[in-house]
Design a protein. Structure first.
Length: 387
């Protein structure tokens, strides 16, 4: 029987890996803080919800823009410097809308543009960080574990970033909250700079545009399946902007981490993804049909638990699907499916602008993702995996 093969070693956790993992956490937290910052800024500028929707979805499109140049950039320049520059550009993107929020400027288009640029440079930074830097600082037999652990740091940021905004704004105000997100990005750049990477001579005749470190076409069905699932998660995030939701979402992520380590470690291979999608579907049904006082506490825990389970499983599927020297590309492909789905899902949620309709649409998407996985994706993966 195929089992989960979840890595659980402890030898990985050296100084360099800790620095890069925390940098990943801080950077992703700062980016997810913007899912509350941007709607607040755009509402203050009297923009429409359709414009907010375009801005939120623009990041998901921007993620794909610089990826084709990732391999060339890390061969042409020092790979850690590419990541550091990309991270610092993200900090500038966070500051610009707040500094230029005046009536004389077409603020909606500026907000859309900065979200798009944030996506472009966040995509580049994460591709270099996960597909190159984290791989380079670990031994070959530890790399699956390194990818798994680093992804969990980024996953926790989905709840920790917005939760930090919910805590900060009532205490220190909106502007200070934005500057905190900038500080987190700068801190991430500093942590990356503290890691020393040996010089690597560039390869001869490196193409300017390539799929290397960007996208793995062999994983197209995994991409579609994960994208549909995270599209639903992004839509759910538009329905709750308060401390309880994100606190309980974090509890769900922690439960998913424990479940992967202790419950699903020897379970049948299909079980983790199926359970995750069923749990998210159950949470959406509860949100649509129940209004008990416990619902705001229970449902985000279920959303976090389900999202954590499918994120872990699809990440390991991508790794096992990749051929030799494709590990970094598999990480970038997983990142694109996860982040693009959430960002575009946020845009769809704001475009619909009706919590009930948004949750119903999310439920349809989760059901579609489950059907696709059970009927096609799982058997397709078993036929095509390389590890």
């Amino acid at each position: 029987m195929d089992t989960q093969n979840t890595p659980i070693h402890i030898r990985l956790w050296n100084r360099d890996f800790w620095l890069l993992a925390i940098a990943n956490l801080l950077l992703t937290m700062a980016v997810y803080m913007q899912i509350l910052h941007y709607p607040i800024m755009m509402n203050e500028a009297h923009t429409t919800y359709q414009q907010i929707a375009v801005a939120m979805g623009a990041q998901g499109i921007g993620l794909f823009v610089l990826g084709p140049f990732c391999s060339f950039l890390v061969q042409k320049f020092r790979r850690n410097h590419v990541c550091e520059v990309a991270v610092l550009v993200i900090a500038i993107c966070f500051v610009l809308p707040m500094l230029l929020k005046v009536e004389q400027l077409p603020f909606p288009w500026m907000a859309i543009g900065t979200r798009f640029l944030t996506g472009a440079f966040f995509g580049l930074a994460q591709m270099v960080l996960t597909s190159t830097l984290i791989v380079d600082c670990t031994e070959s037999f530890q790399r699956t574990e390194a990818n798994y652990a680093a992804a969990w740091f980024g996953r926790f940021a989905v709840s920790l970033g917005p939760l930090l905004v919910c805590i900060l704004i009532p205490i220190v105000g909106f502007d200070t909250s934005v500057w905190v997100s900038v500080g987190l990005v700068v801190a991430a750049a500093v942590l990356i700079a503290l890691v020393r990477f040996p010089f690597r001579a560039p390869e001869d005749q490196v193409p300017h545009v390539s799929l290397d470190r960007f996208f793995m076409p062999e994983g197209w069905l995994l991409f579609i399946n994960l994208f549909i699932a995270t599209l639903a998660i992004g839509m759910v995030l538009t329905t709750a902007h308060h401390t309880i939701f994100y606190s309980m979402l974090m509890v769900g992520f922690l439960l998913a981490l424990l479940a992967g380590k202790y419950i699903f470690v020897n379970a049948e291979l299909k079980s983790e993804a199926v359970a995750g999608l069923l749990i998210i579907g159950a949470a959406l049904i509860i949100m649509l049909t129940r209004d008990a006082p416990s619902v705001p506490y229970i449902t985000p825990v279920l959303i976090g638990l389900g999202a954590g389970l499918i994120g872990s499983r699809f990440l390991l599927f991508y790794i096992k699907l990749s051929r030799h020297c494709q590990r970094g590309t598999s990480q970038s492909s997983f990142f694109l499916a996860w982040e693009a789905g959430i960002s575009i899902g946020l845009g769809l949620g704001y475009f619909i602008f009706d919590n009930k309709l948004t949750l119903e649409a999310a439920l349809i998407l989760v059901s579609l993702a489950l059907i696709l996985y059970v009927i096609f994706t799982h058997s397709w993966y078993l036929k095509h995996k390389n590890r």
